[in-house]
Design a protein around this ligand. Structure first.
Ligand code: COA
Length: 261
């Protein structure tokens, strides 16, 4: 698939950089962006050389300023339900990719933009970023998972405040409430994102992937099932070649060399 709305670049460090590239519309998510993101995630899923993903927005101003309001305005209720379900499925695919993903938030992350960022494993924001769920100001509700992921990230009270006032928070407040992991100057955003992801990718890939799955299993289905999953996944991790390498490297006082087996 040739892309018109996104850029998809891969490097030898195992990181794919995915840029939403509609800067003249502040990278708003139209149907074309959604379809291309879905295709790119398919590539990220199936390509073993891709071990992690960074998502960002083109231009200085916005990560993603939301779903495309011009498109939304033309939808019937039934079509709007389909659009919401399609966006939810895409973001769920990203969330459950089992390869770490990082949103490099270079400006406005509003509505679907914040929902996209929250579907990533981690978030790094530039100092000028502004994050929010302004849907209620348009007479709609968050429809790409915002009502579910925001309370899981920042707690019910703060999520209610953001979702019900529709007012954005700046990067510093987003960091304070746990909505983003780091805040850096704009010029350092991609470098800082790469370096955080590299620290994760230096660890054993199967252990990283199983950890992500265990955290989400417990959060989504409760502690009993989460603990059962954790024990089973611990058993799997302890049987990998990488765990033998990790133990041996510790005992030999050297750096481990993991190969994902
Ligand atoms: N959908 C469609 N187009 C959008 C958009 C969106 N979510 N967000 C911005 N754009 C477009 C604008 O219509 C404008 O297009 P135009 O030049 O053809 O008129 C262009 O992007 C630039 O945006 P503009 O509003 O002029 O920039 P600004 O700096 O004055 O304001 C924002 C920036 C982010 C505050 C403002 O664009 C905004 O409020 N966007 C909508 C945010 C939102 O409600 N998102 C949730 C959608 S469900």
């Amino acid at each position: 698939m040739a892309y018109s709305f996104i850029l998809f670049e891969t490097g030898d460090d195992g990181v794919a950089l995915l840029t939403i590239n509609r800067p003249e519309k502040l990278n708003a998510l139209n149907a074309g962006v959604i379809a291309e993101l879905d295709n790119a995630l398919g590539r990220a899923e199936s390509d073993e050389a891709i071990r992690g993903l960074i998502l960002t927005g083109a231009g200085e101003k916005a990560f993603v300023a939301g779903a495309d309001i011009r498109e939304l305005a033309a939808l019937s209720p039934v079509e709007a339900k389909v659009v919401s379900a399609r966006g939810q499925a895409l973001f769920r695919r990203l969330e459950t990719l089992r390869k770490p993903s990082l949103a490099a938030i270079n400006g406005f992350a509003l509505g679907g933009g914040l929902e996209l960022a929250m579907s990533c494993t981690l978030r790094v924001a530039s100092e000028t970023a502004r994050l929010g769920q302004p849907e209620v100001k348009l007479g709609i509700i968050a429809g790409y998972g915002g009502t579910q992921r925001l309370p899981r990230l920042v707690g019910r009270g703060k999520a209610m405040e953001l979702l019900l006032t529709g007012e954005p928070v700046d990067a510093r407040e987003a960091h304070r409430i746990g909505l983003v992991n780091q805040v850096v100057p704009g010029a350092e955003l991609i470098g800082a994102s790469r370096s955080l992801l590299a620290r994760i990718l230096a660890n054993a890939p199967v252990a990283v992937s199983l950890t992500m799955e265990a955290v989400d299993t417990g959060l989504e289905s409760g502690i009993e099932q989460g603990l059962r999953f954790e024990a089973a996944a611990f058993g799997v991790s302890a049987s990998t070649g990488d765990s033998r390498e990790g133990f041996a490297a510790f005992l030999d006082k050297r750096r481990a060399n993991f190969n994902g087996r």
